[in-house]
Write a protein that binds this ligand. Structure first.
Ligand SMILES: Nc1ncnc2c1ncn2[C@@H]1O[C@H](COP(=O)(O)OP(=O)(O)OP(=O)(O)O)[C@@H](O)[C@H]1O
Length: 201
């Protein structure tokens, strides 16, 4: 995947300036920056969810997105929350549920799961789509520290096993290292991408 962005505006407001970003299998990147700088906007462009920008997105990598909110189907049991959106078979979905510690909960509905369990289900669903690049938008925010730790470890393990690349959007300066991701900072107005200060030393 390669994004050559000339600019992205919402109405008269230029949010993102010229920047380039490349990602692929096995490559892990993290995009950091203050609230409102344009991190989610950048990720939505990379995901192909926002086409209203000046520039060019190329590559045929398969992407899967994990949002901060689990965005599950409330009236479908956990297993079908994986099989329906991704088209994967029940055995694959069940194996992924086991890998994220949800074995035995296949028939439960999202409201019967804790927030941490719902997030893990959303993580399993993302990997069921067999992505070349996993896109994550603040996936560990508003979890208690132990639950966040567990989810970070699960994500790292699933990335290792699948070989998928990662673009992580986060506020947390420690998460990139914990996932082995190269930190990039979004800054300025309109915002552009640069290496994190520790990277530049
Ligand atoms: N659909 C939209 N219409 C108009 N403005 C928008 C839209 N989406 C985002 N913006 C604006 O673009 C800017 C960047 O938003 P974005 O959500 O990408 O920032 P962010 O860095 O992800 O913020 P946060 O860390 O708080 O999630 C913000 O000023 C926001 O208000």
């Amino acid at each position: 995947m390669r994004l050559d962005l000339q600019g992205k505006a919402f109405g008269p407001r230029a949010v993102l300036g010229p920047l380039s970003l490349t990602a692929g299998r096995g490559q892990r990147l993290a995009v950091l920056g203050p609230s409102g700088i344009g991190k989610s906007t950048l990720l939505r462009i990379v995901a192909g969810l926002d086409h209203a920008f000046a520039g060019h997105l190329s590559g045929d990598d398969r992407v899967a997105m994990v949002f901060q909110e689990p965005t599950l189907l409330p009236w479908r049991p956990a297993l079908q929350n994986i099989t329906i959106p991704t088209g994967c078979d029940a055995a694959t979905a069940g194996a992924l549920m086991a890998q994220v510690g949800l074995a035995g909960r296949e028939a439960q509905f999202p409201r019967q799961l804790s927030l941490g369990q719902q997030r893990r289900l959303a993580l399993a669903r993302a990997f069921a789509a067999r992505p070349d690049i996993l896109l994550m938008d603040e996936p560990f925010a508003s979890l208690d520290p132990d639950t966040a730790d567990r989810m970070i470890a699960l994500t790292a393990g699933l990335l290792d096993r699948s070989g998928a690349g990662l673009i992580l959007v986060t506020h947390d300066a420690e998460e990139p290292a914990r996932l082995g991701a190269r930190p990039l900072i979004l800054s300025g107005s309109p915002a552009t991408l640069g290496p994190a200060p520790t990277d530049a030393r």
